[in-house]
Design a protein around this ligand. Structure first.
Ligand SMILES: [Zn+2]
Length: 400
């Protein structure tokens, strides 16, 4: 078992008893195997760590390993041509007629070999790893048939076997209505989505169940049918809610004790309070807001007022958020939505872990997993401050 002591470190423990970053200057952190066994001030390191192999970090910052708690990183094809067409002046209708939109991603994902989906996903995962990400959530939702939904989730599991990263999967069969069920969302939910969920759960491919509650996707009633099955199977739920309109999705999610409700631009105060009462995390996704050039920001002030923890994620996907940088998501959450840099960092550590229901990461303290990001910065505010700059020095996953 490896025994390591990091010394001369500046710790942002995110243990928020004192200041929002839980800062410790002149700090040290000890790890045995994959677990943090001690962290605190260097001059208080217990004697038992005296003969540990030590690494002098020269004052560098240690944060918990970053967590991307909302991604659609497994998909076929890309939507660059559609992006180009729109910027050349094509209307949404013209883009759709040319085979663009989510349908094009569904088509490409259905056609793709599992191995090709994995290669594509790993390139994006590697970008996240290079900036200190140690845990990522990956959703299905571009198959919209039983076979492809399971294929996407198998690829997500394969990501975890292929790289030093922890993966949590979310079944997102209720993402969109596939062309063959056009105008028949109820039939799609009953005949495809729910059977696919049961089959994916049977194959141990599902850690949580997600949906998209919106006028262009599924109604509260349809989402609730999926949530009921999730509860029967003992799976936690989360929901894309209040992104483009206020339908009550976050409150429905809260009634089902959701881990998180995500997007939330149109959420009202009653919905915020429902989330508070259910301890549901608010996942802020500035990438989609930016890409779609939305103008309504999520109700950050209300989340603060009612102490609903905010997480921040990439929403990495080929259409509305082709962003595969957690650092950029932090910067956008601060600049576009007014999160403080400390809130942005909590959003990709402590609160992102909560949004995934994981209890042993997100904070630097004894007993937590030794998932660390070590940065060439003098202060943690620098992480959200820079635009498109990666100051990672080193990443530690499970002590390695
Ligand atoms: Zn999403």
């Amino acid at each position: 078992v490896s025994q390591r002591l990091y010394i001369n470190a500046f710790l942002a423990t995110m243990d928020q008893n004192s200041d929002p970053y839980g800062l410790v200057e002149n700090g040290a952190l000890a790890a045995v195997g994959g677990e943090i066994t001690w962290c605190g001030r260097h001059d208080e390191v217990p004697d038992e760590y005296a003969n540990f192999q030590s690494e002098d970090l020269g004052g560098r910052l240690i944060t918990p390993g970053l967590v991307d708690c909302h991604s659609h990183i497994v998909f076929g094809g890309d939507r660059a041509r559609e992006f180009e067409m729109r910027l050349e002046g094509a209307s949404y209708e013209e883009v759709a007629r040319a085979g663009g939109g989510i349908v094009s991603t569904v088509k490409a994902t259905r056609l793709a070999e599992e191995s090709d989906l994995l290669v594509g996903a790993l390139a994006r995962v590697d970008a996240l790893i290079s900036e200190g990400v140690t845990t990522i959530e990956i959703k299905s939702g571009y198959g919209l048939d039983l076979e492809t939904e399971l294929k996407m989730l198998r690829v997500a599991r394969a990501v975890e076997r292929s790289r030093p990263i922890r993966v949590k999967t979310s079944f997102l069969g209720a993402h969109a209505i596939p062309p063959e069920f056009s105008g028949q969302p109820d039939e799609y939910i009953d005949e495809v989505c729910i059977p696919a969920l049961r089959a994916a759960h049977q194959a141990a491919l599902v850690d949580a169940v997600d949906g998209f509650c919106e006028n262009i996707a599924f109604t509260l009633v349809q989402i609730e049918r999926v949530f009921k099955v999730a509860k029967d199977l003992g799976l936690p739920v989360k929901l894309h809610a209040e992104q483009l309109s206020s339908l009550g999705g976050a409150s429905l999610a809260a009634r089902y004790d959701a881990l998180s409700a995500d997007h939330l631009e149109y959420l009202d105060e009653a919905g915020v309070m429902d989330m508070k009462n259910a301890a549901t995390i608010a996942v802020i996704l500035p990438g989609a807001y930016y890409t779609l050039r939305e103008t309504r920001a999520p109700p950050v002030e209300l989340f603060r007022k009612h102490q609903v923890p905010m997480a921040v994620a990439t929403d990495g996907n080929p259409g509305s958020s082709p962003m595969f940088s957690v650092l950029l998501a932090m910067n956008m959450a601060s600049t576009l939505f007014g999160l403080t840099p400390a809130e942005a960092l909590a959003g990709v550590t402590t609160n992102a872990a909560k949004a995934l229901g994981i209890v042993d990461i997100g904070i630097l303290s004894a007993g937590m997993r030794a998932d660390l990001a070590i940065w060439n910065v003098g202060h943690p505010a620098e992480l959200a401050y820079r635009i498109g700059f990666n100051s990672l020095h080193k990443r530690v996953f499970g002590g390695v």
